[in-house]
Design a protein around this ligand. Structure first.
Ligand SMILES: NC(=O)c1ccc[n+]([C@@H]2O[C@H](COP(=O)([O-])OP(=O)(O)OC[C@H]3O[C@@H](n4cnc5c(N)ncnc54)[C@H](OP(=O)(O)O)[C@@H]3O)[C@@H](O)[C@H]2O)c1
Length: 247
């Protein structure tokens, strides 16, 4: 079955793997990304699977409705959409520079909402389809290491939760992809351990989540267990162990 798939933030290391996987399964793709050089390289790799593309700084919220409209027109409809862009930013700087804090919040939350609104209208009217966004385990509990980014991803999680209920009766599905750490440009220089994922496996998990209609998925899967513990720990325990609160 040929699916019409929109990938936003398509040149992210994880999203590019999703696009490659979808292309290998016969999807027709529309890609949106900020970096024209990276986008061109991906277009070359994907060839005829891509029927349209656009470069956009997604912090330019006003463009979101037109981006979605153009994607739907180029694809001749839309079956799946993935919102994948994100910005970790510098936590230290975000603690003293409010404009910078707003940039982290805007890229990870407001820009996603600007896209989710027209996408939700499309899927609701259509009465079917899959709308997914990548959030983060960082959104589950505030930690000194990344709480500005985590706050934005946590807000996006709540937004997706509400949107899922709004669209449920229509038949359209909303998916929250909660990623644990994965080696990509975003996490470059961060010390890795056995809990880290791998981008191709994570991409397979994202596609599977949409196909199996899972509304929330942790990738890699072991983060579901880790976060159950992290969420349940009482505050006094969390504060006592520096490696949990983490800085
Ligand atoms: N890697 C991890 O450890 C990890 C963990 C949890 C969640 N996540 C989430 O996973 C998703 C994919 O990230 P990744 O790991 O694949 O990292 P990545 O390769 O660094 O990708 C991040 C992408 O976001 C794009 N982006 C950032 N701000 C943008 C803006 N204003 N407009 C348009 N595009 C923008 C970047 O574009 P440019 O190329 O132009 O910079 C880049 O393509 C993100 O939502 C991220 O928050 C990642």
């Amino acid at each position: 079955m040929t699916r019409r798939t929109l990938v936003i933030g398509a040149t992210s290391a994880v999203a590019a793997e999703v696009a490659k996987l979808c292309a290998s399964r016969g999807d027709r793709l529309y890609l949106v990304a900020r970096n024209p050089v990276k986008l061109q390289a991906l277009l070359t790799e994907l060839g005829d699977a891509v029927v349209g593309h656009e470069t956009a700084d997604l912090d330019d919220f006003d463009r979101a409705p037109a981006i979605v409209r153009q994607a739907i027109a180029a694809l001749g409809g839309l079956d799946r959409a993935l919102i994948a862009h994100g910005y970790l930013g510098d936590q230290d700087r975000s603690e003293s520079d409010f404009a910078y804090t707003c940039r982290i919040l805007d890229t990870n939350f407001r820009s996603a909402v600007a896209l989710l609104m027209p996408l939700a209208d499309h899927f609701e009217a259509q009465g079917k389809g899959h709308l997914a966004a990548i959030t983060s385990v960082a959104g589950e509990r505030g930690r000194p290491r990344n709480y500005t980014y985590g706050a934005a991803k946590g807000a996006l999680t709540r937004y997706l939760q509400g949107l899922r209920s709004r669209l449920y009766r229509s038949g359209a599905r909303v998916h929250n992809i909660k990623l644990g750490p994965v080696p990509t440009p975003m996490s470059e220089g961060h010390p890795q351990n056995f809990l880290w994922g791998e981008k191709r496996r994570v991409a397979r998990g994202i596609v599977k989540a949409m196909e199996r209609r899972w509304h929330t998925v942790y990738l890699p899967g072991h983060w579901a267990l880790v976060m159950t513990v992290v969420r349940a720990l009482p505050e006094f325990v969390f504060q006592r162990f520096g490696f949990l609160a983490g800085r």
